[in-house]
Ligand binder design. Structure first.
Ligand code: ATP
Ligand code: MG
Length: 470
């Protein structure tokens, strides 16, 4: 009522009010959130903020997943308290972020992310930055900054909840839950879309993709993860705006790619990316992997395997995922270098160096992850050398388990002998005496064909060279 009156009095403001949506408070039984499934940590954060006189809600993916009966990955809280007001209310709280300042409240190993309501972006009033983010930071006093293409570089202007809702990406991601009053707050008919299983961008989709091109990837991720249909207006501008992904800093692209691969729906996400026309040259890593000779079978098997692992509640490490995605290229380069006369292990090291360096400019792979990836690869030819020295030291290697899983994928897709994978399966379970016997068996089996080969031409033993079949 009052709101309407103000809107009428201000006249000019009505367009904005419409963009920000009308507040709906939805009580049980119109929503079916089971408050007993909320972790104490999230409820404590909300209650503490409310008791200090602030508004506070659980927000975003957790509310969406609870409404869908899925288990939320993590819990985020949104509040009208500023980060500086939030921090002193908790014993272990840390201010983080620059582009997007938030507070992490720690409960043991659990982190609750608390973000302050953001104001809607007024692109006209924002500082436009020609060039990079360093320049943007130099513009003191300006908390909104966009680059020449309209991409948001900084986003730290606080505002009321309705504005916070309007600047979230999809209607189903803009739902707020207040555990104290047991209500869902909805400004953009998110609950309606959730029930219709539709992914709809809030506001004008083309503008929203321009503000943050990562949203293009998020469409694919959520459509795949939730099994939702993409609203036609949300889908329409995607193919045309795919180019915008080139503006995204490589570190953010890396983060978003990891999220996409670790949803448990990596394969479906990839299909969505292809269907939306986003794979062409945009995720160069995936595109290249699929275009390598024999690359597609391996990468698809790797993604299927990752999805299955996550479905079983296991983890899929970024290093394993990227080792898989880059393997088709590394493997082909490995073959070339060996054909030029380099020995197997040196050729693999060189191939790894070259491929990691070549793609780093588009997708920044952290050093720590790159080290792990290289270990997974370099264990591959070592796993093929079943001598007492190599076999036992491989087994003790901290990356053995990942390297073995990797070998299984290669064996599944014709890149390694299934016999080799079986042998390692048995070797891991064997006691000391059985291990010695297995090594001896492997030695016997390999000498005869190896001798024959040696007479013909110097060629690496089966399994120690690049994968040839797909
Ligand atoms: P997931 O379960 O995969 O974590 P999520 O919805 O929680 O899904 P996050 O990436 O964790 O996704 O983001 C949390 C919330 O922040 C989203 O639900 C959305 O409201 C908002 N958000 C995140 N990224 C963006 C973005 N690029 N543009 C607009 N809103 C965003
Ligand atoms: Mg989340």
């Amino acid at each position: 009522m009052i709101r309407k009156l103000i809107t009428r009095l201000l006249g000019k403001k009505s367009a904005t009010a419409k963009a920000e949506g009308r507040r709906l408070e939805i009580a049980r039984p119109q929503h079916e959130i089971d408050a007993t499934r909320l972790p104490n940590s999230a409820v404590t954060v909300v209650r503490t903020l409310q008791q200090a006189g602030f508004e506070a809600y659980i927000v975003g993916g957790a509310v969406r997943d609870l409404l869908l009966g899925l288990k939320p990955k993590d819990f985020d809280v949104a509040t009208n308290a500023t980060p500086e007001q939030v921090k002193p209310l908790f014993r272990r709280a840390f201010l983080i972020g620059r582009r997007f300042r938030i507070v992490h409240v720690m409960f043991g190993r659990e982190i609750i992310e608390v973000s302050t309501f953001r104001a809607t972006l007024d692109t006209q009033a924002s500082a436009t930055v020609e060039g990079d983010e360093r320049n943007a930071r130099d513009l003191a006093g300006r908390q909104h900054a966009v680059d020449a293409s309209g991409r948001v570089l900084r986003d730290n202007v606080w505002g009321p909840q309705d504005q916070d809702a309007a600047r979230r990406d999809f209607t189903v991601n803009a739902l707020y839950y207040d555990p104290t009053r047991d209500i869902v707050v909805d400004y953009h008919h998110g609950l309606r879309d959730l029930k219709a299983r539709t992914l709809r961008m809030i506001g004008d989709p083309a503008t929203r993709y321009r503000e943050d091109p990562v949203r293009l990837l998020r469409v694919a991720r959520f459509a795949a993860k939730l099994g939702f249909a993409i609203d036609p207006a949300t889908r329409a501008p995607i193919a045309e705006q795919a180019e915008l992904l080139r503006n995204v800093p490589s570190a953010r692209l890396f983060d978003e790619t990891i999220k996409l691969l670790q949803t448990g729906h990596a394969l479906a996400s990839l299909e969505q990316l292809r269907a939306l026309g986003l794979h062409q040259g945009l995720l160069p890593l995936i595109e290249l992997a699929l275009n390598q000779p024999h690359g597609e079978a391996f990468v698809l098997a790797a993604l299927r395997d990752t999805d299955a692992r996550i479905g079983e509640g296991k983890t899929a490490s970024p290093s394993f995922l990227f080792a898989c995605l880059l393997w088709p290229q590394v493997n082909n380069r490995w073959a070339e270098l060996q054909a030029e006369g380099l020995p197997a292990i040196a050729a693999l090291d060189t191939a790894a160096d070259e491929i990691i360096a070549a793609q780093a400019e588009r997708l920044a792979i952290q050093r720590r992850i790159a080290v792990d990836m290289r270990e997974i690869w370099s264990l591959q030819p070592r796993l093929a050398r079943r001598t007492p020295r190599y076999a036992n030291s491989a087994l003790d290697h901290p990356r053995f388990r990942a390297a073995y899983d990797f070998l299984l994928l290669r064996a599944q897709t014709g890149g390694a002998e299934p016999e080799l994978a079986n042998w390692w399966e048995r070797f891991q379970q064997a006691d000391e005496a059985e291990r010695a016997e297995l090594i001896e068996q492997a030695g016997r089996a390999s000498t005869e064909p190896a001798q024959r080969k040696r007479r013909r031409r110097k060629k690496p033993a089966v399994g120690s060279g690049p994968d040839s079949a797909g």
